[in-house]
Design a protein around this ligand. Structure first.
Ligand code: FES
Length: 171
């Protein structure tokens, strides 16, 4: 093979690699934008972890559990919605503010404070007679197998802010 022939082959390979490289960059550039647009809502923070002002002054929180309701804006991928939330809020014997999720840990019904005349001073779930003590711990021998979840909380300017429900501190 002559030296000139070797050079021609080498040039052809060089051109092939160059064209493939440039084509690859162009294809990647064309793909990045739509892919970024497609997954952008997933990458965005939903704000679900933010704490919301639930409209209750801490001065109005007593030792008697009271139900409060509020709503938050939730972004789930491309879908934005308002989600209603509820909590049972009171002060315990140590004057700590407690906010329980009302969602029963058995099958997800809603519990009420003193929901049964038969069991005063307890949270009661009417679906299967689930019971919880005032501290949120499930009464042994009733269907729920775990204590009520507790909301993460913060107090700002005398108002109660609640975030997401977390497992009970004794769970
Ligand atoms: S869902 Fe509450 S006891 Fe079954």
């Amino acid at each position: 093979m002559s030296e000139e022939k070797k050079q021609q082959v080498s040039r052809r390979q060089f051109l092939n690699y160059t064209l493939m490289g440039v084509g690859g960059f162009m294809a990647a550039g064309l793909l990045i934008s739509p892919v970024r647009m497609a997954i952008d809502p997933v990458l965005k923070s939903t704000g679900a972890g933010d704490l919301a002002n639930v409209g209750l002054s801490v001065d109005d929180i007593t030792s008697e559990p009271q139900r409060i309701d509020w709503s938050i804006d939730q972004v789930d991928g491309w879908y934005e919605s308002q989600v209603n939330r509820s909590a049972w809020v009171y002060r315990n014997d140590s004057d700590e503010i407690i906010a329980f999720s009302p969602i029963c840990k058995h099958l997800g019904c809603v519990v009420s404070w003193e929901g049964s005349d038969q069991y005063p001073d307890e949270f009661f779930c009417p679906c299967h007679d689930g019971r919880y003590y005032k501290d949120g711990v499930n009464v042994p021998g009733t269907p729920p197998l775990a204590p009520l979840d507790e909301y993460e909380m913060e107090i700002k300017d005398g108002m109660l802010f609640l975030g997401d429900p977390k497992p009970h501190r004794e769970a």
